[in-house]
Design a protein around this ligand. Structure first.
Ligand SMILES: [Zn+2]
Length: 270
């Protein structure tokens, strides 16, 4: 079932029309399922009713979380906009479409689930990635850095799934090189994922040579953001077993819950 909200102008007033139709959904078993835009409904302004509610809350001044879904998703015609990168065709299983696992679709599923949980807790967040366009990292970071100047504390979380040639498995977190507040957040998240996901996943991949569990890399969203930032690699989507876990609603729920706990705890250490 798809709920369509359509704005209509009527004697200088805006009227919101709602329409309930059966529509195809992304073949994701994980988290929230977003309706796929089709050529037929692309001009309609549709929004997920749980995620996008009219808000009268003034802009937050104390703490703001920036959520980044990593890569683009499926466009109006159902094409994966990040192709040929960040996708893998498995020899068996359905995954997102005909055996294809689209990393951007997974990233969006977990990001939107985190967003819904934050909204339910009245924790302010801002999604810097687009609903499906593979928008430039430069733009996302620019959006976050501009808003960060308006608030006291902020945090940037980039959600991904990994690729490693098929045999690599497991979970890892990246921060920028050196000791910063990002490492404190990454350590919180490491512990929260261990608590919520536990041994349901096969492996926790860490680099403990510098005293914490995160790995360090000069990724754009980690080095160019003005606020503490972590990049989470949730398992390997090109490994069949890990990809099945990434399609598992309960695993995704647990990853999202861990992220919410990290966001709550991060406010105390930043
Ligand atoms: Zn990625």
């Amino acid at each position: 079932m798809l709920v369509i909200f359509r704005l209509a102008e009527e004697k200088n007033n805006l009227r919101i029309e709602t329409q309930f139709i059966n529509a195809p959904f992304l073949r994701s078993r994980s988290g929230l399922k977003f309706p796929q835009r089709t050529p037929k409904n692309r001009n309609l302004w549709y929004l997920h009713p749980q995620l996008h509610q009219q808000s009268t809350v003034p802009m937050v001044k104390d703490f703001l979380v920036f959520l980044d879904a990593g890569h683009g998703a499926l466009d109006a015609a159902g094409n994966y906009v990040t192709a040929p990168s960040k996708q893998h065709k498995h020899s068996k299983g359905e995954f997102h479409k005909d055996g294809w696992f689209y990393e951007g679709v997974f990233n969006r599923t977990v990001t939107n689930l985190v967003a819904r949980k934050l909204r339910d807790l009245s924790i302010p967040y801002y999604i810097v990635s687009h609903e499906y366009v593979d928008i430039s990292l430069h733009y996302r970071v620019d959006v976050a850095n501009w808003l960060a100047k308006k608030v006291k504390k902020s945090l940037y979380i980039s959600n991904h799934a990994n690729a490693g040639g098929g045999s690599a498995r497991g979970f890892e977190i990246f921060t920028s090189p050196g000791r910063t507040n990002s490492d404190k957040v990454a350590e919180l998240h490491w512990n929260n994922v261990k608590d919520t996901v536990g041994d349901r996943i096969s492996r926790y991949r860490s680099d403990t040579s510098d005293g914490d569990h995160d790995k360090e890399a000069r990724f754009f969203v980690l080095t160019r953001t003005s606020m503490p930032a972590i990049l989470v690699e949730h398992l390997f989507f090109d490994n069949y077993e890990d990809a099945l876990l990434l399609m598992d609603d309960e695993i995704v729920e647990r990853f999202a819950e861990a992220q919410v706990r990290t966001i709550i705890e991060a406010q105390g250490v930043l």
